[in-house]
Design a protein around this ligand. Structure first.
Ligand code: AMP
Ligand code: MG
Length: 319
């Protein structure tokens, strides 16, 4: 890796020394940029309220939205959450991986209430990325980790993205390469009687329904909502125009499939490839300072549902 990418020594290789240093920082209440298979997380010890408060400060989050805790496995999840039969089945099928389950907090749950934003519930995920798993194991505590970007901006899918956004304010960034999935986890609420979708993401509704043989409930209202999901999010500096099939004056066109564009999310029209390229390509297009970033239509099925959800937020009226 080039020296330049290790700007100010903040970006570190996830070798034994890097992992040990990350674990030391986290145990002392510091913050690190942590690679996962979805996007880079801004990680803190979830049992340390002061450390969790630093996450909100660093992201400049306008509100105390609840955060996801990252654990090693089901056993560790059960220390903090009431794992129902449905939750257990979903963990068996999709963990480790990009599925977050919102469950009731256990009565003796030692995770900071700030993580749950005062709710009785807690969001839990076991990431698949080997670096994230190694760090969680080394710390031995759950890590609260929202995406490592300033609130409302594009999620980071490479260590350099984290550095550009919040590098100055955090203790280190572990470089785990580009995120293989590139889009956030699917968030599902689970109770005694079933489960419901709170945020579309890397695991599709079809994949979930295949496992549970139950229809996924999508809560009332057109927008799928979880607390803190503001309309404008994932926003580049340039305004965004959706469903574009041509380029207008001054625009950069991001293509997909048969819409070629100036760059393409996936020339072959593959949704997994488009998800992996989405956030880095929005950054790339934004860096060219176009009047507008135009984006080709993305089919609204499978992973395309999560991609379109992010694109609608990127295009939404800014707060
Ligand atoms: P992020 O901050 O990008 O990691 O996103 C976390 C997502 O999980 C947001 O959509 C939150 O609203 C959702 N979430 C976290 N905790 C809860 C909870 N207790 N109840 C419902 N949704 C939650
Ligand atoms: Mg985020």
């Amino acid at each position: 890796m080039s020296g330049q990418s290790h700007r100010y020594g903040k970006i570190r290789e996830p070798d034994a020394d890097g992992i040990a240093e990350a674990a030391r920082i986290l145990r002392k209440g510091g913050l690190i940029g942590l690679p996962t298979e979805t996007v880079y997380g801004l990680a803190a010890d979830a049992t340390n309220s002061l450390a969790v408060a630093k996450i909100f400060k660093t992201k400049a989050r306008p509100r105390f939205n609840p955060l996801i805790i990252h654990v090693s496995n089901k056993t560790m999840a059960a220390e903090y959450a009431e794992v129902t039969v449905y939750a257990d089945a979903l963990m068996e099928a999709f963990w480790p991986g990009p599925l977050t389950l919102v469950m009731r907090r256990r009565e003796n749950c030692t995770v900071s209430p700030l993580v749950s934003a005062g709710l009785e519930t807690i969001a839990v995920r076991a990431p698949a990325h080997v670096v994230a798993r190694t760090v969680i194991g080394a710390v031995g505590r759950p890590l609260a980790a929202p995406s490592a970007n300033r609130s409302g901006r594009i999620s980071p899918t490479a260590a350099g993205h984290v550095f550009e956004d919040i590098g100055e304010e955090i203790d280190m960034i572990l470089d785990g390469g580009s995120c293989s999935i590139g889009i956030e986890s699917t968030v599902v609420g689970v109770g005694e009687a079933g489960f419901w979708l709170l945020r579309p993401g890397a695991i599709t509704a079809e994949q979930l329904e295949d496992v549970t043989e139950k229809k996924l409930r999508i809560p009332e209202g057109s927008a799928i909502t979880a607390p803190g999901q503001t309309a404008s999010h994932y926003a580049p500096n340039a305004p965004v125009r959706l469903n574009a099939t041509d380029r207008r004056e001054g625009e950069i066109l991001i293509g997909f499939g048969h819409v070629a564009g100036d760059m393409s999310l996936s020339k072959t029209g593959t949704l997994t490839e488009a998800a992996a390229n989405l956030f880095s390509m929005l950054r790339e297009a934004d860096a060219l300072t176009p009047t507008t970033i135009a984006i080709a239509p993305i089919p609204d099925h499978g992973l395309g549902i999560a991609i379109n959800d992010r694109l609608r937020r990127a295009a939404a009226e800014r707060e």
